[in-house]
Design a protein around this ligand. Structure first.
Ligand SMILES: [Fe+2]
Ligand SMILES: [Fe+2]
Length: 363
């Protein structure tokens, strides 16, 4: 174990012991691979130092699965896989290239080339996202790297995938992917302290965050971007019911790319925010979308998106909140987050008819 001052922690370091706040509240369990947001959280709680596992021990300790948490063990299965390791190495390289490209855009460097940005995502997409669930890969990367750059990569990949499901042409797919990469470039102009603040933002701080779509457009405008890309940067926080920002536009006033990217953006943000809790369960995220998503997002894009995600978990083993385990055998079209489960003892449980039960974790 290595004792490190909280200010010297780096994303990806793994806790050796549980971390408690001064009032005794458990902040993170042992063997948490810390994200930069979690490190900010520790600073917020004024935790002076943390015991970290030496890098050589991480694979063994983490992969031994000493935790009894089922969701963590699912995540461990993914992180242990060869595919994920190859993906992680490549993803980390791409994050650096995207960071450099954003910097040249911001500093109006004449060398800026959108083709470079695009090729980073296309090659990640083409080389890695075949066997394991794309969503699992992206989510596990976000636990390691939760910077704006990683978020932009994820949104670009998810948007590209949505475009494929919608039978977009290659030209449209490339434009949508580029819009996904650039959608939050305006955040590079916002103070990192505000962006990674673990507690609720003040009204003034939220006012600053709300400026990032306009700031993004200001950065890209000198390069004469495609209209579809420009509007996606400006309008990706608008919502179909008029509840979004900066203008409060409604469905038909929001461009198609902005409506698609809004879904990819919120999905990635929701799965990332769940890192603080015991684990990411896609069913929980999908249930949230089903509860409140159809007014805010375009059903034309939301429904195929949720259906595709759910289908990737068909036949997976799951844990219900009453402790029952079973396999997903049928997806209910009316409520995607409540499929039919066949339990270990051979019984069928239709979650659509059992509001008392829900999927707590994939195991
Ligand atoms: Fe944004
Ligand atoms: Fe975003």
């Amino acid at each position: 174990m290595i004792k490190l001052n909280t200010k010297d922690l780096k994303a990806g370091m793994v806790t050796a012991t549980p971390i408690y706040s001064k009032t005794g509240q458990l902040l993170f369990p042992a063997h948490t691979a810390l994200t930069s947001q979690q490190i900010a959280y520790l600073e917020f709680y004024a935790i002076p130092s943390v015991l970290i596992l030496p890098e050589d021990d991480v694979t063994k300790e983490i992969l031994d699965g000493t935790s009894s948490d089922d969701m963590i063990s699912y995540s461990q299965k993914i992180k242990k896989s060869r595919e994920f390791h190859a993906f992680k190495v490549d993803y980390t390289k791409k994050t650096k290239i995207i960071k450099d490209s954003f910097n040249s855009l911001i500093t109006s460097d004449k060398d800026y080339n959108p083709g470079i940005l695009l090729s980073q995502i296309s090659s990640l997409y083409d080389h890695h996202l075949t066997s394991l669930s794309v969503f699992d890969m992206l989510h596990n990367m976000r636990q390691i790297d939760d910077t704006t750059y990683a978020h932009c990569i994820n949104v670009a990949i998810i948007s590209r995938m949505m475009g494929k499901w919608l039978d977009f042409t290659d030209e449209e797919l490339d434009a949508l992917t580029l819009a996904g990469i650039l959608h939050d470039i305006g955040k590079c102009m916002i103070n990192q302290e505000i962006l990674s603040k673990p507690s609720k933002l003040t009204e003034a701080e939220f006012g600053v965050v709300k400026k990032h779509p306009a700031m993004g457009v200001e950065i890209v405008d000198p390069y004469h971007p495609d209209d579809r890309i420009r509007s996606a940067i400006l309008l990706h926080h608008e919502r179909c019911d008029g509840s979004g920002y900066p203008y409060g536009k409604k469905r038909d006033e929001i461009s198609e790319f902005a409506r698609i990217i809004a879904i990819a953006d919120v999905y990635d943000a929701m799965t990332a925010s769940r890192c603080y809790r015991k684990g990411f369960c896609p069913f929980e995220v999908i249930a949230t979308f089903e509860r409140e998503g159809y007014e805010k997002y375009d059903a034309k894009y939301l429904l195929p998106f949720l259906t595709h995600i759910i289908n990737t978990y068909m036949s997976n083993s799951v844990l219900l909140n009453d402790g029952t385990t079973g396999k997903i055998i049928f997806i209910n079209k009316e409520t995607l987050s409540r499929p039919i489960i066949q339990t270990a003892s051979g019984e069928y449980v239709n979650l659509f008819k059992r509001p008392d039960l829900y999927i707590q974790a994939i195991i």
